[in-house]
Design a protein around this ligand. Structure first.
Ligand code: SF4
Length: 298
C-alpha cells in the first residue's frame, strides 16, 4: 500500500463535481483519485510505446489488494471517484469481476472511470454488468480507426466492427457515459479508410467523442521504424522531438500531420480530418442537447 500519510492530499486540486454526470445521485467528492491496478499490456499495437515504459509483460495487483487500497482512500479521505490509468485494465476477466465483487461486498459507494481507454474486446455483457454495478461510470473505448484493414491488419487492435457495435450497444443500455478514441494519419491511410472512419463514427451511438488524434510515430515503435525506413515524415515533423508528443513543440499545429501516407496526399487527408472533426462536433452537440433534455444530473 502506498504511504498516503506522506502525501498532503489537501494540497491537490479539488473540483466542484456537483454538475457531473451522476446517475446514482451520490455526492461526488471534490477530489478524484488516480489508481494503477496493473502494468503493461500483452497486445502489440504498432504505434504504441507503452511497453518501453511499463515493461513487456503484463503484471496485475490482486483484486483484494486493489480493493483494499480503494477502501482505504474511501474510508480515510472520503474520496469516492477513482480514475484507473491502467494500460489494459480488464485484460484478466476473472480479476475484473473479482474487483467488482469486492467493491460491492464492501458496500463502497464509488464511481470509477478509465481515462486511458479500455480494450473493446475485453468487454462483454457479464463484465460490463459487473463494472457498472460496482460503479464504473465512464467508458473510454480505444477504437482508433473505422477501417478494418487499418485497425486490425496494420495497427493490430484485433477487434471487429461487429464487436465494437455490440459493446457500445450493451453500454448504452446501462446509463453510463461512453466515449471513444480515434486516430487519423497512418501511413496506410487512404480515402477509403477515412470514409470508413467517418462511417463508423456516424453509426456509433456514443456520448462524447474526443477529436481524432493525428498519429504520432513514437521512437522505438514499429511505426516509427517504418516511417524512418520509408521516409514518411512530413516536413513539419522534427524526428528528435517526437517523443515530446504533439502539443510540446511549435512546428506541428493541430491541422498538421506527422506522416505522409503512401497513397494519399496530405491536402486530401486534411480535408477528411476536417470532415471527421465536423461530424464529431455535430454528434457531441446532439448528445449534449439530448442529455440536457433528459437528465437533471449533468
Ligand atoms: S491495447 Fe493499448 S496499451 Fe496495449 S499495445 Fe495496444 S495501444 Fe498499447
Amino acid at each position: 500500500m502506498p504511504g498516503y500519510e506522506y502525501f498532503e492530499l489537501e494540497k491537490y486540486p479539488a473540483y466542484d463535481a456537483s454538475k457531473w454526470f451522476n446517475p446514482r445521485n451520490i455526492k461526488i467528492s471534490s477530489r478524484q483519485f488516480p489508481l494503477l491496478t496493473s502494468r503493461s499490456c500483452p497486445n502489440r499495437c504498432n504505434f504504441c510505446a507503452m511497453r518501453f515504459v511499463m515493461g513487456d509483460k503484463i503484471r496485475f495487483r490482486s483484486a483484494r489488494h486493489v480493493v483494499d487500497e480503494i477502501k482505504y482512500i474511501y474510508d480515510k479521505y472520503g474520496i469516492n471517484y477513482f480514475k484507473i490509468y491502467d494500460d489494459n485494465f480488464a485484460f484478466d476477466r476473472q480479476r475484473t469481476i473479482e474487483i467488482c465483487r469486492l467493491i460491492k461486498q464492501n458496500k463502497l459507494k464509488i464511481y470509477f472511470e478509465f481515462p486511458n481507454g479500455l480494450m473493446v474486446k475485453t468487454l462483454d455483457e457479464e463484465v460490463i454488468d459487473n463494472l457498472v454495478e460496482a460503479g464504473a461510470l465512464r467508458f473510454w473505448l480505444a477504437i482508433e480507426s473505422g477501417s478494418e484493414f487499418i485497425r486490425n491488419k496494420i495497427m493490430r487492435k484485433n477487434v471487429s466492427e461487429e464487436k465494437i457495435l455490440e459493446v457500445v450497444s450493451l453500454l448504452k443500455k446501462r446509463n453510463v457515459w461512453v466515449s471513444a478514441f480515434f486516430m487519423l494519419g497512418m501511413p496506410e491511410e487512404t480515402e477509403e479508410s477515412c470514409l470508413d472512419t467517418l462511417s463508423l463514427i456516424e453509426k456509433l451511438d456514443i456520448d462524447n467523442f474526443t477529436m481524432p488524434s493525428h498519429v504520432n510515430p513514437l521512437p522505438c515503435t514499429k511505426l516509427f521504424d517504418q516511417c524512418v525506413r520509408d521516409r514518411l515524415f512530413t516536413a513539419e515533423a522534427r524526428i528528435e522531438d517526437l517523443w515530446k508528443g504533439d502539443f510540446s513543440y511549435s512546428n506541428i499545429g493541430p491541422e498538421d500531420f506527422f506522416i505522409k501516407p503512401y497513397n494519399m496526399e496530405i491536402a486530401k487527408l486534411k480535408e477528411y480530418d476536417k470532415k471527421i472533426k465536423a461530424l464529431v462536433l455535430q454528434k457531441n452537440a446532439a448528445w449534449e442537447k439530448h442529455r440536457a433534455e433528459t437528465t437533471a444530473h449533468l
